[in-house]
Write a protein that binds this ligand. Structure first.
Ligand code: NAD
Length: 411
Protein backbone atom coordinates (compact mmCIF):
# COMPACT_ATOMS: atom_id res chain seq x y z
CA UNK A 1 0.00 0.00 0.00
CA UNK A 2 1.30 3.44 -0.89
CA UNK A 3 2.15 5.57 2.13
CA UNK A 4 0.44 8.89 1.44
CA UNK A 5 2.86 11.01 3.44
CA UNK A 6 5.81 9.43 1.63
CA UNK A 7 4.02 10.30 -1.64
CA UNK A 8 3.65 13.90 -0.46
CA UNK A 9 7.36 14.07 0.41
CA UNK A 10 8.33 12.50 -2.93
CA UNK A 11 6.38 15.22 -4.74
CA UNK A 12 8.17 17.87 -2.68
CA UNK A 13 11.55 16.26 -3.42
CA UNK A 14 10.81 16.29 -7.12
CA UNK A 15 9.89 19.98 -7.12
CA UNK A 16 12.92 20.81 -5.02
CA UNK A 17 15.15 19.46 -7.80
CA UNK A 18 13.80 22.32 -9.90
CA UNK A 19 13.44 25.19 -7.47
CA UNK A 20 16.35 24.33 -5.14
CA UNK A 21 15.11 25.51 -1.77
CA UNK A 22 17.58 26.52 0.90
CA UNK A 23 18.32 23.49 3.08
CA UNK A 24 17.12 25.40 6.13
CA UNK A 25 13.68 25.69 4.55
CA UNK A 26 13.52 22.26 2.90
CA UNK A 27 14.33 20.48 6.15
CA UNK A 28 11.43 22.23 7.91
CA UNK A 29 8.99 21.03 5.23
CA UNK A 30 9.66 17.33 5.93
CA UNK A 31 7.19 17.13 8.84
CA UNK A 32 4.24 19.05 10.32
CA UNK A 33 5.10 21.93 12.67
CA UNK A 34 2.81 20.30 15.23
CA UNK A 35 0.93 17.00 15.39
CA UNK A 36 -1.60 16.13 18.06
CA UNK A 37 -3.12 12.73 18.85
CA UNK A 38 -6.13 12.73 21.15
CA UNK A 39 -8.37 10.17 22.81
CA UNK A 40 -12.03 11.13 22.66
CA UNK A 41 -14.23 9.31 25.18
CA UNK A 42 -17.86 9.19 24.03
CA UNK A 43 -20.87 7.97 26.03
CA UNK A 44 -22.66 5.60 23.66
CA UNK A 45 -26.43 5.12 23.66
CA UNK A 46 -26.07 1.89 25.67
CA UNK A 47 -24.45 3.86 28.52
CA UNK A 48 -20.92 2.54 27.93
CA UNK A 49 -17.93 4.77 27.15
CA UNK A 50 -16.15 4.16 23.86
CA UNK A 51 -12.80 5.82 23.24
CA UNK A 52 -12.08 7.12 19.71
CA UNK A 53 -8.66 8.21 18.43
CA UNK A 54 -8.39 11.57 16.70
CA UNK A 55 -5.60 13.63 15.13
CA UNK A 56 -4.86 17.20 14.14
CA UNK A 57 -1.86 17.92 11.96
CA UNK A 58 -0.62 21.52 11.64
CA UNK A 59 1.78 21.38 8.73
CA UNK A 60 2.77 24.98 8.09
CA UNK A 61 1.45 28.41 9.09
CA UNK A 62 3.99 30.74 7.48
CA UNK A 63 1.31 32.26 5.19
CA UNK A 64 -1.53 32.38 7.76
CA UNK A 65 -3.58 30.25 10.18
CA UNK A 66 -3.54 26.48 9.57
CA UNK A 67 -6.52 25.46 7.46
CA UNK A 68 -7.98 22.06 6.63
CA UNK A 69 -10.89 19.69 7.03
CA UNK A 70 -11.76 17.01 9.56
CA UNK A 71 -12.30 13.50 8.21
CA UNK A 72 -14.41 10.87 10.01
CA UNK A 73 -13.44 7.51 8.49
CA UNK A 74 -12.41 4.04 9.73
CA UNK A 75 -9.17 4.19 7.67
CA UNK A 76 -7.94 7.53 9.05
CA UNK A 77 -4.28 7.18 10.04
CA UNK A 78 -1.33 9.36 10.98
CA UNK A 79 0.35 9.32 7.56
CA UNK A 80 -2.88 10.16 5.77
CA UNK A 81 -3.59 13.13 8.06
CA UNK A 82 -0.02 14.40 7.70
CA UNK A 83 -0.13 14.10 3.90
CA UNK A 84 -3.47 15.88 3.68
CA UNK A 85 -2.13 18.68 5.89
CA UNK A 86 0.90 19.11 3.59
CA UNK A 87 -1.37 19.22 0.54
CA UNK A 88 -3.53 21.85 2.24
CA UNK A 89 -0.41 23.99 2.70
CA UNK A 90 0.33 23.84 -1.04
CA UNK A 91 -3.36 24.25 -1.93
CA UNK A 92 -3.84 27.50 -0.01
CA UNK A 93 -0.55 28.76 -1.46
CA UNK A 94 -1.38 27.84 -5.04
CA UNK A 95 -4.57 29.92 -4.96
CA UNK A 96 -2.72 32.57 -2.93
CA UNK A 97 -5.11 32.90 0.01
CA UNK A 98 -3.54 34.02 3.31
CA UNK A 99 -3.74 30.65 5.06
CA UNK A 100 -1.47 27.74 5.93
CA UNK A 101 -2.25 24.02 5.91
CA UNK A 102 -3.63 21.58 8.46
CA UNK A 103 -5.91 18.54 8.60
CA UNK A 104 -7.76 16.50 11.18
CA UNK A 105 -9.35 13.11 11.43
CA UNK A 106 -11.07 10.66 13.73
CA UNK A 107 -10.93 6.87 13.30
CA UNK A 108 -14.63 6.05 13.15
CA UNK A 109 -17.29 4.76 10.82
CA UNK A 110 -19.91 7.48 11.35
CA UNK A 111 -22.55 5.32 9.62
CA UNK A 112 -22.46 3.03 12.68
CA UNK A 113 -23.25 5.88 15.13
CA UNK A 114 -26.63 7.28 16.14
CA UNK A 115 -27.15 11.04 15.71
CA UNK A 116 -26.64 11.53 19.44
CA UNK A 117 -23.38 9.56 19.42
CA UNK A 118 -22.17 11.47 16.36
CA UNK A 119 -22.91 14.79 18.08
CA UNK A 120 -21.11 13.74 21.28
CA UNK A 121 -18.09 12.57 19.25
CA UNK A 122 -17.98 15.85 17.28
CA UNK A 123 -18.18 17.94 20.46
CA UNK A 124 -15.68 15.65 22.24
CA UNK A 125 -13.15 16.04 19.43
CA UNK A 126 -13.39 19.85 19.72
CA UNK A 127 -13.00 19.63 23.53
CA UNK A 128 -9.79 17.66 22.89
CA UNK A 129 -8.25 20.03 20.31
CA UNK A 130 -9.79 23.29 21.62
CA UNK A 131 -6.49 24.83 22.74
CA UNK A 132 -4.99 24.29 19.28
CA UNK A 133 -7.65 25.94 17.12
CA UNK A 134 -9.24 29.38 16.67
CA UNK A 135 -10.04 31.85 13.88
CA UNK A 136 -6.49 33.23 14.00
CA UNK A 137 -4.74 29.93 14.71
CA UNK A 138 -6.22 26.90 12.97
CA UNK A 139 -9.55 26.73 11.17
CA UNK A 140 -11.12 23.28 10.51
CA UNK A 141 -13.77 22.48 7.87
CA UNK A 142 -15.66 19.45 6.51
CA UNK A 143 -13.98 16.55 4.71
CA UNK A 144 -14.98 12.94 3.95
CA UNK A 145 -18.04 11.95 6.06
CA UNK A 146 -18.30 15.29 7.88
CA UNK A 147 -20.83 17.93 6.86
CA UNK A 148 -22.35 21.33 7.78
CA UNK A 149 -24.39 19.82 10.62
CA UNK A 150 -21.21 18.45 12.24
CA UNK A 151 -19.46 21.81 11.67
CA UNK A 152 -22.36 23.52 13.47
CA UNK A 153 -21.97 21.27 16.55
CA UNK A 154 -18.22 21.84 16.50
CA UNK A 155 -18.53 25.62 16.25
CA UNK A 156 -21.13 25.64 19.03
CA UNK A 157 -18.83 23.59 21.28
CA UNK A 158 -15.90 25.92 20.59
CA UNK A 159 -17.99 29.01 21.32
CA UNK A 160 -19.29 27.50 24.58
CA UNK A 161 -15.73 26.84 25.75
CA UNK A 162 -14.55 30.29 24.59
CA UNK A 163 -17.62 32.09 25.97
CA UNK A 164 -17.71 34.19 22.81
CA UNK A 165 -19.18 34.18 19.32
CA UNK A 166 -16.40 33.09 16.97
CA UNK A 167 -18.05 31.75 13.79
CA UNK A 168 -14.75 32.04 11.90
CA UNK A 169 -13.30 29.14 13.91
CA UNK A 170 -14.83 26.64 11.48
CA UNK A 171 -15.95 26.88 7.86
CA UNK A 172 -18.50 24.88 5.90
CA UNK A 173 -21.22 25.86 8.40
CA UNK A 174 -24.94 26.05 7.64
CA UNK A 175 -26.06 29.44 6.24
CA UNK A 176 -28.11 30.17 9.38
CA UNK A 177 -24.97 30.44 11.53
CA UNK A 178 -22.46 32.13 9.27
CA UNK A 179 -21.91 29.76 6.35
CA UNK A 180 -21.20 31.13 2.88
CA UNK A 181 -23.42 30.94 -0.15
CA UNK A 182 -22.05 28.43 -2.71
CA UNK A 183 -19.81 26.66 -0.14
CA UNK A 184 -21.69 23.36 -0.63
CA UNK A 185 -20.68 22.98 -4.26
CA UNK A 186 -17.60 25.20 -4.31
CA UNK A 187 -15.08 22.37 -4.73
CA UNK A 188 -16.77 21.13 -7.89
CA UNK A 189 -17.45 24.66 -9.15
CA UNK A 190 -13.80 25.61 -8.77
CA UNK A 191 -12.81 22.43 -10.63
CA UNK A 192 -15.19 23.32 -13.48
CA UNK A 193 -13.56 26.75 -13.85
CA UNK A 194 -10.07 25.23 -14.19
CA UNK A 195 -11.34 22.35 -16.35
CA UNK A 196 -12.74 24.89 -18.82
CA UNK A 197 -9.30 26.54 -19.03
CA UNK A 198 -7.51 23.20 -19.49
CA UNK A 199 -9.97 22.19 -22.23
CA UNK A 200 -9.10 25.38 -24.14
CA UNK A 201 -5.35 24.74 -23.75
CA UNK A 202 -5.48 21.26 -25.25
CA UNK A 203 -8.04 22.07 -27.92
CA UNK A 204 -11.01 19.98 -26.75
CA UNK A 205 -14.56 21.11 -27.51
CA UNK A 206 -17.26 21.78 -24.89
CA UNK A 207 -19.41 18.81 -26.04
CA UNK A 208 -16.63 16.34 -25.29
CA UNK A 209 -17.14 13.28 -23.08
CA UNK A 210 -16.40 12.94 -19.37
CA UNK A 211 -16.05 10.00 -16.96
CA UNK A 212 -16.33 10.60 -13.22
CA UNK A 213 -15.02 8.02 -10.76
CA UNK A 214 -16.98 8.47 -7.53
CA UNK A 215 -20.52 9.77 -7.21
CA UNK A 216 -20.37 11.15 -3.66
CA UNK A 217 -20.45 14.75 -2.44
CA UNK A 218 -17.84 16.10 -4.83
CA UNK A 219 -18.57 13.83 -7.83
CA UNK A 220 -22.33 14.52 -7.89
CA UNK A 221 -21.96 18.29 -7.99
CA UNK A 222 -19.23 17.96 -10.61
CA UNK A 223 -21.45 15.81 -12.84
CA UNK A 224 -24.37 18.25 -12.59
CA UNK A 225 -22.27 21.36 -13.20
CA UNK A 226 -20.48 19.80 -16.19
CA UNK A 227 -23.78 18.72 -17.72
CA UNK A 228 -25.11 22.28 -17.31
CA UNK A 229 -21.95 23.58 -19.04
CA UNK A 230 -22.65 21.39 -22.09
CA UNK A 231 -20.23 18.50 -21.50
CA UNK A 232 -21.41 14.93 -22.12
CA UNK A 233 -21.20 13.05 -18.83
CA UNK A 234 -20.76 9.60 -20.38
CA UNK A 235 -19.50 7.45 -17.49
CA UNK A 236 -20.30 7.54 -13.78
CA UNK A 237 -19.15 5.09 -11.13
CA UNK A 238 -19.30 4.42 -7.42
CA UNK A 239 -18.00 1.65 -5.18
CA UNK A 240 -20.73 -0.72 -6.44
CA UNK A 241 -20.57 -0.23 -10.21
CA UNK A 242 -20.01 1.80 -13.38
CA UNK A 243 -22.61 3.08 -15.85
CA UNK A 244 -22.06 4.42 -19.34
CA UNK A 245 -23.90 6.20 -22.14
CA UNK A 246 -21.73 7.94 -24.70
CA UNK A 247 -24.65 10.17 -25.74
CA UNK A 248 -24.61 11.56 -22.20
CA UNK A 249 -26.26 10.31 -19.01
CA UNK A 250 -29.07 12.30 -17.44
CA UNK A 251 -27.26 13.16 -14.21
CA UNK A 252 -30.35 14.18 -12.23
CA UNK A 253 -32.07 10.91 -13.07
CA UNK A 254 -28.92 8.98 -12.08
CA UNK A 255 -28.91 10.88 -8.80
CA UNK A 256 -32.53 9.90 -8.11
CA UNK A 257 -31.67 6.29 -8.99
CA UNK A 258 -28.73 6.36 -6.56
CA UNK A 259 -30.86 7.90 -3.79
CA UNK A 260 -33.45 5.15 -4.26
CA UNK A 261 -31.14 2.15 -4.69
CA UNK A 262 -27.89 3.17 -2.97
CA UNK A 263 -25.78 2.99 -6.14
CA UNK A 264 -25.49 4.20 -9.73
CA UNK A 265 -25.31 0.53 -10.80
CA UNK A 266 -28.25 -0.82 -12.86
CA UNK A 267 -29.42 2.65 -13.87
CA UNK A 268 -31.84 1.90 -16.74
CA UNK A 269 -30.66 4.75 -19.03
CA UNK A 270 -27.14 3.31 -19.38
CA UNK A 271 -25.72 1.10 -22.11
CA UNK A 272 -24.69 -2.33 -20.89
CA UNK A 273 -20.89 -2.36 -20.84
CA UNK A 274 -20.54 -5.44 -18.72
CA UNK A 275 -17.93 -5.16 -16.02
CA UNK A 276 -15.90 -2.47 -17.79
CA UNK A 277 -14.09 -0.39 -15.20
CA UNK A 278 -14.63 3.37 -15.04
CA UNK A 279 -11.03 4.13 -16.06
CA UNK A 280 -11.10 2.01 -19.24
CA UNK A 281 -13.75 3.97 -21.11
CA UNK A 282 -13.05 5.88 -24.29
CA UNK A 283 -13.66 9.45 -22.98
CA UNK A 284 -11.90 12.80 -23.39
CA UNK A 285 -11.82 13.81 -19.74
CA UNK A 286 -11.45 11.64 -16.63
CA UNK A 287 -12.30 12.98 -13.17
CA UNK A 288 -11.20 10.91 -10.19
CA UNK A 289 -13.57 11.90 -7.36
CA UNK A 290 -13.35 8.89 -5.06
CA UNK A 291 -10.34 7.78 -3.05
CA UNK A 292 -6.59 8.25 -2.72
CA UNK A 293 -4.30 6.10 -4.92
CA UNK A 294 -7.18 4.99 -7.16
CA UNK A 295 -5.00 5.42 -10.27
CA UNK A 296 -1.86 3.36 -9.82
CA UNK A 297 0.58 1.20 -11.76
CA UNK A 298 -1.97 -1.66 -11.84
CA UNK A 299 -4.52 0.29 -13.87
CA UNK A 300 -2.89 3.41 -15.33
CA UNK A 301 -2.27 1.81 -18.72
CA UNK A 302 -5.98 1.36 -19.46
CA UNK A 303 -6.64 5.11 -19.35
CA UNK A 304 -7.56 6.65 -22.71
CA UNK A 305 -8.60 10.16 -21.63
CA UNK A 306 -6.62 13.19 -22.84
CA UNK A 307 -7.17 15.21 -19.69
CA UNK A 308 -7.46 14.22 -16.00
CA UNK A 309 -8.82 16.69 -13.46
CA UNK A 310 -8.19 15.55 -9.88
CA UNK A 311 -11.27 16.31 -7.83
CA UNK A 312 -10.17 13.80 -5.18
CA UNK A 313 -7.06 14.37 -3.09
CA UNK A 314 -4.07 12.26 -4.09
CA UNK A 315 -5.89 9.92 -6.55
CA UNK A 316 -2.79 9.26 -8.70
CA UNK A 317 0.34 7.59 -7.32
CA UNK A 318 3.66 9.22 -8.28
CA UNK A 319 4.63 6.11 -10.32
CA UNK A 320 1.35 6.20 -12.27
CA UNK A 321 1.82 9.90 -12.88
CA UNK A 322 5.11 9.22 -14.65
CA UNK A 323 3.30 6.87 -17.03
CA UNK A 324 0.64 9.53 -17.74
CA UNK A 325 3.31 12.18 -18.39
CA UNK A 326 5.04 9.90 -20.92
CA UNK A 327 1.70 9.38 -22.68
CA UNK A 328 1.18 13.16 -22.76
CA UNK A 329 -2.02 12.96 -20.75
CA UNK A 330 -2.49 16.28 -19.00
CA UNK A 331 -3.24 16.15 -15.26
CA UNK A 332 -4.71 19.19 -13.50
CA UNK A 333 -3.46 18.43 -9.98
CA UNK A 334 -5.60 18.23 -6.85
CA UNK A 335 -3.95 21.20 -5.15
CA UNK A 336 -5.29 23.39 -7.95
CA UNK A 337 -8.32 21.44 -9.23
CA UNK A 338 -10.13 21.02 -5.90
CA UNK A 339 -8.98 24.27 -4.27
CA UNK A 340 -12.42 25.88 -4.81
CA UNK A 341 -13.60 24.41 -1.49
CA UNK A 342 -10.90 26.03 0.58
CA UNK A 343 -11.17 29.24 -1.45
CA UNK A 344 -14.84 29.62 -0.49
CA UNK A 345 -13.96 28.57 3.07
CA UNK A 346 -11.63 31.56 3.09
CA UNK A 347 -14.44 33.76 1.75
CA UNK A 348 -16.61 32.40 4.59
CA UNK A 349 -13.95 33.45 7.13
CA UNK A 350 -13.77 36.92 5.59
CA UNK A 351 -17.56 37.28 5.77
CA UNK A 352 -17.54 36.04 9.40
CA UNK A 353 -14.86 38.57 10.33
CA UNK A 354 -16.92 41.40 8.81
CA UNK A 355 -20.29 40.09 9.95
CA UNK A 356 -21.48 40.98 6.44
CA UNK A 357 -22.58 38.38 3.91
CA UNK A 358 -22.32 38.20 0.11
CA UNK A 359 -24.86 37.00 -2.44
CA UNK A 360 -24.24 33.70 -4.26
CA UNK A 361 -23.36 35.51 -7.51
CA UNK A 362 -20.75 37.61 -5.74
CA UNK A 363 -19.12 34.52 -4.21
CA UNK A 364 -19.06 32.75 -7.60
CA UNK A 365 -17.58 35.76 -9.35
CA UNK A 366 -14.75 35.96 -6.80
CA UNK A 367 -14.19 32.20 -7.03
CA UNK A 368 -14.05 32.26 -10.82
CA UNK A 369 -11.49 35.10 -10.83
CA UNK A 370 -9.34 33.32 -8.27
CA UNK A 371 -9.40 29.92 -10.00
CA UNK A 372 -8.67 31.25 -13.49
CA UNK A 373 -5.87 33.46 -12.21
CA UNK A 374 -4.38 30.50 -10.33
CA UNK A 375 -4.68 28.24 -13.39
CA UNK A 376 -2.79 30.77 -15.50
CA UNK A 377 -0.09 31.21 -12.85
CA UNK A 378 0.39 27.44 -12.65
CA UNK A 379 0.49 27.22 -16.44
CA UNK A 380 3.25 29.84 -16.51
CA UNK A 381 5.36 27.81 -14.04
CA UNK A 382 4.73 24.63 -16.04
CA UNK A 383 6.01 26.38 -19.18
CA UNK A 384 8.93 28.00 -17.36
CA UNK A 385 10.25 24.69 -16.05
CA UNK A 386 9.04 22.66 -19.05
CA UNK A 387 7.30 20.26 -16.69
CA UNK A 388 3.88 18.87 -15.71
CA UNK A 389 1.05 20.96 -14.26
CA UNK A 390 1.53 19.22 -10.90
CA UNK A 391 5.17 20.20 -10.65
CA UNK A 392 4.27 23.68 -11.94
CA UNK A 393 1.64 24.00 -9.19
CA UNK A 394 4.04 22.70 -6.55
CA UNK A 395 6.78 25.05 -7.73
CA UNK A 396 4.44 28.03 -7.41
CA UNK A 397 3.07 26.95 -4.03
CA UNK A 398 6.31 25.85 -2.39
CA UNK A 399 8.10 29.03 -3.48
CA UNK A 400 5.31 31.10 -1.92
CA UNK A 401 5.51 29.17 1.36
CA UNK A 402 9.32 29.36 1.35
CA UNK A 403 9.22 33.12 0.75
CA UNK A 404 6.87 33.60 3.71
CA UNK A 405 9.14 31.46 5.91
CA UNK A 406 12.17 33.45 4.81
CA UNK A 407 10.46 36.80 5.39
CA UNK A 408 9.55 35.66 8.90
CA UNK A 409 13.17 34.78 9.56
CA UNK A 410 12.48 31.05 9.70
CA UNK A 411 15.43 30.20 7.48
P1 NAD B 1 -17.80 10.76 -0.61
O1 NAD B 1 -17.55 9.71 0.40
O2 NAD B 1 -19.05 11.56 -0.53
O3 NAD B 1 -17.78 10.10 -2.07
C1 NAD B 1 -16.85 9.13 -2.49
C2 NAD B 1 -17.48 8.36 -3.65
O4 NAD B 1 -16.50 7.46 -4.17
C3 NAD B 1 -18.68 7.48 -3.27
O5 NAD B 1 -19.67 7.61 -4.29
C4 NAD B 1 -18.10 6.05 -3.31
O6 NAD B 1 -19.07 5.08 -3.64
C5 NAD B 1 -17.11 6.21 -4.43
N1 NAD B 1 -16.10 5.15 -4.48
C6 NAD B 1 -15.44 4.53 -3.49
N2 NAD B 1 -14.63 3.59 -3.99
C7 NAD B 1 -14.76 3.63 -5.33
C8 NAD B 1 -14.20 2.91 -6.41
N3 NAD B 1 -13.28 1.96 -6.19
N4 NAD B 1 -14.60 3.21 -7.67
C9 NAD B 1 -15.49 4.16 -7.90
N5 NAD B 1 -16.06 4.88 -6.93
C10 NAD B 1 -15.70 4.60 -5.65
O7 NAD B 1 -16.50 11.70 -0.59
P2 NAD B 1 -16.34 13.17 -1.20
O8 NAD B 1 -16.57 14.16 -0.14
O9 NAD B 1 -17.06 13.26 -2.49
O10 NAD B 1 -14.76 13.17 -1.45
C11 NAD B 1 -14.18 12.45 -2.53
C12 NAD B 1 -12.76 12.95 -2.74
O11 NAD B 1 -12.80 14.33 -3.04
C13 NAD B 1 -11.84 12.79 -1.51
O12 NAD B 1 -10.51 12.56 -1.96
C14 NAD B 1 -11.91 14.17 -0.87
O13 NAD B 1 -10.77 14.44 -0.08
C15 NAD B 1 -11.98 15.03 -2.11
N6 NAD B 1 -12.51 16.34 -1.81
C16 NAD B 1 -13.81 16.51 -1.46
C17 NAD B 1 -14.28 17.77 -1.16
C18 NAD B 1 -15.72 18.01 -0.82
O14 NAD B 1 -16.10 19.20 -0.76
N7 NAD B 1 -16.54 17.02 -0.61
C19 NAD B 1 -13.39 18.86 -1.19
C20 NAD B 1 -12.06 18.66 -1.59
C21 NAD B 1 -11.64 17.39 -1.90
Amino acid sequence: MNNLFQNALKQLEKVNELIKLENNIYSQLQAPQKFLEVSVPVRMDDGKIKVFTGYRSQFNDARGPFKGGIRFHPDVNIDEVKALSAWMTWKTAVVNIPLGGGKGGVIVNPKELSQGELERLSRGYIDAIYKLIGPDVDVPAPDVYTDPKIMAWMMDEYEKLAGLHRPGVITGKPLSIGGSEARGYSTAQGAVYVLNEAVKKIGLEKGCTVAIQGFGNAGRFMAKLLQNEGYRVAVLSDSKGTICNYMGLNVEEVERHKDNTGSVANYPGAEDRGEMHCLEHEVDILIPAALENSINTDNVNVIKAKLIVELANGPITPEAEEVLAKKNIMVVPDILANAGGVAVSYFEQVQNAYGYYWKEGEVLEKLKDLMIKSFNEVWKEKEKYNTTMRIGAYALAVKRVAQAMKDRGRS
